[in-house]
Write a protein that binds this ligand. Structure first.
Ligand code: F6R
Length: 242
């Protein structure tokens, strides 16, 4: 079931997402936070760090699981999601490193890394899962066509995705990874609560398809229609086709 909240700007969107996140962090004895990379959650991450610095809100008791990671990049690579999460969130908070889980993109056996990640995730229930959405309706690296029952798995990156991301790799397509490890749609659906942030006209069709369209693997996010607790926080552009 979707609760849709429409805000005037990105700062208000980030504040609303932060408010929901903080409630979970305060209420639960051992909160399990499902985290995302990409631009959508960055404003909220800034608010978590600011609140930690000025109000002393602690995250020591939290466990985190990220959605995805590129295959073949060392953790230290400036484009790894490991680096992204440390730069944008973890370095500013007090979560113990051993409580942080990000798929191992640099494992020798990627398939085994997927199984290990899913098993680790299954030891917990994610209390709040943050999501962004792609303009094609993807969530995490689950592109159109991904079966709804998929768990953590290896994906081949679409040529278009690699071309789009080349700008982060000195405009050199050969430097862009060809594969990623991602939580599957079934893994994501186990979370108790989901908060999805989307902004801009480019996301409007995907947001519409997710909420009002048919439930189909053509729009991976449409699986969220079956989830009991999804809050979608949008700006007016992203909500313009609802
Ligand atoms: C990030 C992720 C992706 C993004 C999506 C939207 O971990 O899994 O699915 O959430 O591509 O990206 P942004 O927020 O950059 O528009």
């Amino acid at each position: 079931m979707f609760k849709t909240i429409i805000k005037d700007n990105y700062d208000q969107i980030s504040s609303e997402a932060f408010r929901i996140m903080k409630e979970v962090v305060k209420e639960k004895e051992r909160p399990v936070l499902g985290l995302a990379t990409g631009s959508s959650p960055v404003g909220m991450y800034k608010k978590m760090i600011a609140d930690h610095n000025s109000n002393g809100t602690s995250y020591k008791h939290c466990v985190t699981f990220n959605l995805d990671e590129y295959v073949g990049l060392p953790k230290s690579h400036d484009q790894s999601y490991y680096t992204f999460m440390h730069e944008n969130l973890f370095d500013g908070l007090d979560i113990p490193e051993e409580n942080i889980h990000i798929p191992s993109g640099d494992a020798d056996d990627e398939k085994q890394a997927c199984v290990d990640y899913e098993n680790a995730l299954k030891q917990y229930v994610v209390d709040i899962q943050l999501l962004g959405i792609g303009s094609d309706g993807h969530i995490a690296f689950n592109e159109p066509g991904t079966p709804f029952d998929a768990e953590t798995h290896l994906v081949k990156l679409e040529e278009q995705t690699r071309i789009d991301n080349a700008r982060f790799f000195d405009d050199d397509i050969d430097e862009v990874p060809t594969q990623a490890i991602t939580q599957g749609l079934a893994s994501i659906m186990r979370a108790r609560k989901i908060v999805l942030i989307a902004t801009g006209k480019k996301k409007a069709q995907a947001v519409r398809d997710m909420i009002k369209g048919e439930k189909t693997t053509d729009c991976p996010a449409s699986i969220l229609q079956d989830h009991p607790d999804v809050t979608v926080i949008l700006d007016k552009d992203a909500a313009s086709l609802l």
